[in-house]
Write a protein that binds this ligand. Structure first.
Ligand SMILES: [Zn+2]
Length: 62
């Protein structure tokens, strides 16, 4: 045993759902997403770029 027990991926930083800014639909994202990813609303088709601000994810129209 050694102390190198901290190599887990930063999965906790990735979100697995978002609320569409345009139509308020909740969109689950199976693969998760994080800052600089693009997400697409499955209801209205809007595409957003994910940005992080003060530790929270923001969605900007792509
Ligand atoms: Zn939408």
């Amino acid at each position: 045993m050694n102390d190198f027990d901290d190599d887990s991926p930063p999965a906790s930083r990735r979100a697995t759902a978002f609320d569409c800014v345009d139509c308020s639909a909740n969109n689950p994202v199976d693969d998760g997403f994080g800052p600089d990813d693009e997400v697409t609303c499955y209801y209205c088709g809007s595409v957003f770029v994910v940005a992080e601000s003060n530790g929270k994810l923001k969605f900007k129209p792509a």
